[in-house]
Ligand binder design. Structure first.
Ligand SMILES: [Zn+2]
Length: 495
């Protein structure tokens, strides 16, 4: 850390860039909430967005991939600029990012006075190297030529990117040929900050075939570690202590050494307790968007920011998400996906995360599975602010909620077996959700439960027959089939 601080102080962007990186690696995205105009004392700016700007309009231009987004501190002039390239193994992703993450990251930086450009580029398998880097060079050249019109300084453009994006900005900042083709030189880049980047495309193995082909010379020329040169701009190379194998300390330090051998100005920074993904995502993990960092004394102006005074904090603390593992066996990759979405949905809005163990399906609960789920969540790098709460400790709460539903006749006793439902169902339904309940028992009232004798029954929600339209945050507009769902008991009937 100290080396990095000296580097920034002595070098290029001084405290501004370091402060923003420090903030973004610790708390940042939190600051990602949209509404943010504060008084001048805290140096937080309103963000102006200019989206989907075409940076290349040749005959072969791609209508989606040859576009970039601008995030600018509103009404400001002469601000430095970060040119950011997304990750996704050269095959996936875009400038918006998962759940809008890149946009939020860019907004949080712009709020602190930086201009941010986030670019798309064509992906494999549609194209192969060197088309990705050629697009990145085009987008950079557009930025260099045009950012002045938006208030940014063309002589203060820093390049950054995550994963494959880290590779692309590292290559852009070491192999001058791509900028030369755009009429620029490496001098156009004020500094480079690759995050968990790939610096060597290994000559053997098939992992890179789709993106770089099988030719060893091509792969070498596509490797920033082989293009290190004395003209390279200052580098800050950031990686996680638990990074992916192809992006880990070994490769990052190899690249760092290669740059040093050419007398380039370079610093590396290993971030503890992070993996390849959380290095970036943790930027959103702190519920306090303007929390002073331990380097607060390096950040003039920000020291006036108070957690309790922040309208962001007040607003966003309403968001509460949960991680809800069922301790019925080992966790699998589908669970990991669900946890990541739930965690990110809360963290990206500076929300709280609660961990709740879904252990009331008691016949299926397996000893040790709850602890296993906790271990897996920690291994994934996900954290929580409250819990674990065990549902089995809260049965009285559920019982009182059920009474409430019964008092309002919002539930009814259902004696159907699963096979009955499958046979009777005729409504269209999503296959993975099973058949829609046909309403066989919907004529019953709550009081009828007393007349069912020994017949086992479940309480089912009484759902109005109406269309409910909504916009799914991930999937877009949707009109679901909404059958009456079983409320209680929470077990799968054994027949
Ligand atoms: Zn029924």
């Amino acid at each position: 850390m100290n080396r990095a601080r000296r580097f920034f102080r002595a070098g290029w962007l001084g405290w501004t860039c370091w402060a923003l990186l420090a903030v973004s690696l610790r708390s940042p995205l939190a600051a990602a909430e949209e509404a943010t105009k504060t008084d001048g004392s805290s140096r937080v700016y309103e963000v102006r967005k200019v989206l989907d700007v075409p940076y290349y309009q040749g005959a072969d231009a791609d209508p989606a991939k040859h576009k970039l987004d601008l995030y600018l501190p509103k009404d400001q002039q002469d601000f430095p600029v970060i040119f950011f390239v997304h990750g996704g193994a050269w095959r996936h992703g875009d400038k918006t990012g998962f759940l809008g993450f890149y946009g939020q990251l860019a907004s949080s930086w712009a709020r602190h006075g930086l201009g941010v450009v986030v670019t798309n580029y064509r992906l494999s398998p549609s194209v192969m190297h060197p088309e990705h880097i050629k697009d990145v060079a085009r987008a950079f050249a557009w930025t260099h030529a045009n950012i002045g019109k938006y208030g940014g300084r063309a002589d203060q453009i820093f390049v950054s990117g995550h994963s494959a994006g880290g590779h692309l900005v590292a290559l852009l900042a070491t192999d001058e040929s791509y900028l030369k083709a755009q009429g620029l030189s490496l001098k156009a880049i004020r500094g480079a900050i690759p995050l968990s980047g790939v610096y060597r495309i290994e000559a053997d193995g098939h992992m890179y075939d789709t993106m770089f082909g099988e030719d060893a010379d091509t792969r070498r020329d596509a490797s920033p570690v082989c293009r290190a040169c004395s003209d390279a701009p200052p580098f800050l190379i950031i990686y996680a202590d638990h990074d992916l194998a192809m992006c880990n300390k070994r490769y990052a330090e190899e690249f760092c050494t290669a740059l040093k051998e050419h007398k380039a100005s370079v610093t590396s920074l290993e971030v503890p307790d992070r993996n390849h993904v959380t290095l970036l995502l943790k930027a959103a993990s702190d519920a306090d968007p303007v929390k002073p960092s331990e380097n607060q004394d390096d950040i003039p102006g920000d020291s006036t920011a108070s957690t309790h005074d922040s309208p962001l904090t007040t607003h966003s603390s309403k968001v509460v998400g949960r991680l809800a593992p069922s301790p019925t066996g080992a966790q699998h990759v589908g669970n990991a996906r669900t946890y990541l979405i739930a965690w990110l949905a809360a963290r990206s809005r500076a929300g709280r995360v609660v961990l709740r163990i879904e252990d009331i399906d008691s016949p299926r609960v397996k000893p040790g599975a709850a602890q296993g789920a906790l271990d897996d969540l920690r291994w994934l790098g996900l954290d929580w602010d409250e819990g674990p709460i065990f549902q089995s400790d809260r049965l009285a709460l559920y019982e009182s909620a059920l009474r409430l539903l019964q008092d309002k006749e919002l539930v009814y006793p259902c004696t159907c077996r699963r096979s009955d439902v499958e046979r009777a169902a005729s409504a269209p339904h999503a296959e993975h959700e099973g058949p829609a309940y046909p309403g066989t028992c919907a004529h019953r009232k709550v009081a009828d439960a007393a007349n069912l004798g020994d017949r086992p029954f479940a309480w089912r929600f009484r759902v109005k027959a109406e269309t409910v339209e909504y916009v799914d945050g991930l999937g877009g507009p949707d009109t679901p089939v909404w059958p009456d769902k079983s409320v209680w008991p929470p077990i799968n009937w054994p027949w």
